[in-house]
Design a protein around this ligand. Sequence first.
Ligand SMILES: [Zn+2]
Length: 65
Amino acid sequence: MAKCSFCGYNIEEGTGIMIAQNSGKILYFDSKKCEKNMLKLNRKARKLKWTKFYEKHQDKKETTS
Ligand SMILES: [Zn+2]
């Protein structure tokens, strides 16, 4: 079973989006939301609470912008 390339959660069979990039890399997304966040918004999964990669201990890194 494929996992979402962005949020890291399992994609249910028969659902999801598969994108083949020019580089040959294949990305899987469980929803348009994940596709958009990664490809259009260039968001970091680590910084979004709803992903599996979210890091809870970021308190010390509040120096951005
Ligand atoms: Zn996802």
